[in-house]
Design a protein around this ligand. Structure first.
Ligand code: FES
Length: 153
């Protein structure tokens, strides 16, 4: 099967791998790099559990081909904290109790970071709309939006 070599930076660490051309970024992270924080919910772009940042922009990593990512910077939930210091949005999720089962949480947080960086945080309604690609089966939306809103300031 065709494979390609790709070099990218993941959470600040440069990585070079040779992967099957069909490998998704999500599988690259989980299966090749052991970064299992990004979750595989639907594997079809419908749930947002796999959300990561690529060069600061939110993507569904299940829909992103790894071999297309030469030279990019990827941020996953494992790379968000600064040592023992949680990212403010991670702390806000704890403070607001913004999860139950936790499966969607890494994707929610990366999407929330993207939403804040994009400036789509003027109101709870705006946050809800710009995070509508992230599904929470436990229905924690009110608290998730509250966490993003309080972090955005
Ligand atoms: Fe990627 Fe659901 S696993 S959107």
């Amino acid at each position: 099967l065709p494979s390609s070599r790709v070099s990218l930076t993941v959470n600040g660490t440069r990585r070079t791998v040779t992967v099957d051309n069909r490998t998704s970024l999500l599988d690259l992270l989980r299966e090749h790099f052991g970064l299992t924080g990004s979750k595989k919910g639907c594997n079809a772009g419908a749930c947002g559990a796999c959300t990561v940042l690529v060069d600061g922009r939110r993507v569904n990593s299940c829909l992103t081909l790894a071999v297309r990512l030469e030279g990019v910077e990827v941020t996953t939930i494992e790379g968000l904290a600064d040592g023992d210091q949680l990212h403010p949005l991670q702390q806000a999720f704890i403070d607001e109790d913004a999860f139950q089962c936790g499966y969607c949480t890494p994707g929610q947080i990366l999407s929330g970071v993207g939403c804040i960086q994009e400036g789509h945080t003027g109101s709870p309604e705006e946050i809800r709309e710009w995070m509508s690609g992230n599904i929470c089966r436990c229905g924690c939306y009110v608290k998730i939006v509250r966490a993003v809103h309080s972090t955005a300031g």
